[in-house]
Design a protein around this ligand. Sequence first.
Ligand SMILES: Nc1ncnc2c1ncn2[C@@H]1O[C@H](COP(=O)(O)OP(=O)(O)OP(=O)(O)O)[C@@H](O)[C@H]1O
Ligand SMILES: [Mg+2]
Length: 410
Amino acid sequence: MADRIQVLIVDDIPETRDHLTKLLGFEPDIAVAGTASSGAEAIEQASRLLPDIILMDINMPDMDGIAATERLSARVPTAAVVMMSVQGEADYLRRSMLAGAREFLVKPFSSDELTASIRQVYSREKEKAGRAVVSQGPRAPEAPQNGLIVAVFSPKGGVGRTTIAVNLAVAAASELGKKVTLVDGSFQFGDVAVLLNLNAKDKSMAELVPELEAGRDPETVDTFMVNHSSGIRVLLAPPSPEMAELITPAGVKHVLEILRQHSEVVVVDCAAWFNDTMLGVLDLADVVLTVLTLEITSIKNIRLFLEVAEQLGYSHKIRLVLNRADTTLGIRVADVEHSIGRKVDHTIVSDGRAVVYALNRGVPFVLSNRESQVSQDVFRLAASIVGNGDTHEEDGRKPPQKGKSLFAWR
Ligand SMILES: Nc1ncnc2c1ncn2[C@@H]1O[C@H](COP(=O)(O)OP(=O)(O)OP(=O)(O)O)[C@@H](O)[C@H]1O
Ligand SMILES: [Mg+2]
């Protein structure tokens, strides 16, 4: 039936192909369009059958799954690849994603995991295609966007700011289709490049600010941005701490003002202290995601921060994010809320396995492990802060809205 999800199975082991064919045969909305036993055959079959989804084994003798995926993304761009691999081939995950795979399944997987992945990838691709159709046609020159600036801040280090900033930015782009810029605002010891496995020479805030101060055209910002395969643009922190001195508070504000004109969302991973530069970022931000954990030092600092924030007039834009919310170390969320006199707005679970695995591979977990609870929590956070649905996790309040139209280009 034409309205079923058409799947091409690619694996060099005949038993695996048969097994997968049988598993999918039970699903009323999925049809196996064909099978292939090698990368070359996969390309040939996919060009002919135009499947929606290609289940691709990563290890095959002639052309491996990664090389085949790379070629397929040019030859049959409408087919979405779901890569299959055995545990221990972790480096392949990053390479698969870079090659264009949409999902990664670790063998052995259950039939539920398999069919859920196929359905999710399929509906995501359909959604994307719908958006592409809507946005086709003659485009006026890009109008300034006045994007939302989301500062991810905490008055204490090591609580998960970078983890949240990176995954939030990628989720806003990959799940919500937003035009996202991520800025590493930890100018001395920025970690964003590591989490995204990015490496760029002479492209950082420290190189950009002096250029703008020398009177260069605002368009020059573009040449300092690094593109990530998820579709987000990144402005990295300087490669060495002493270069942070080149970054002035006025310079950062200028950069953020320019970036927001070209993005729907600008996420800034802030440093864990107050100085003029950080205050400049918080000043400009529309939303300050303030991250805390269930540790007494974190809670004490949050209380102090909230007092300062009130004096500075930031209270209305603060959203409290409790990271590693399920860690049970004797402090309950209700106690924290009582102690700081405010409700937690969003929670993110602790998942050392998914988070550290993603960190060490340089692939955000919202891409490599989107089924995990921690990814789902980030998706909810993204939808609440930058989505159009205006959902609010805890109490139905809406996130702060700017008076201007944020998404005018849609
Ligand atoms: N939800 C989570 N579950 C498990 N581990 C987490 C989670 N969030 C963060 N971590 C881990 O906690 C550590 C600190 O996270 P991260 O680097 O994002 O924090 P940070 O606030 O940016 O720290 P820094 O002050 O060094 O900039 C990392 O090892 C990270 O993998
Ligand atoms: Mg950090």
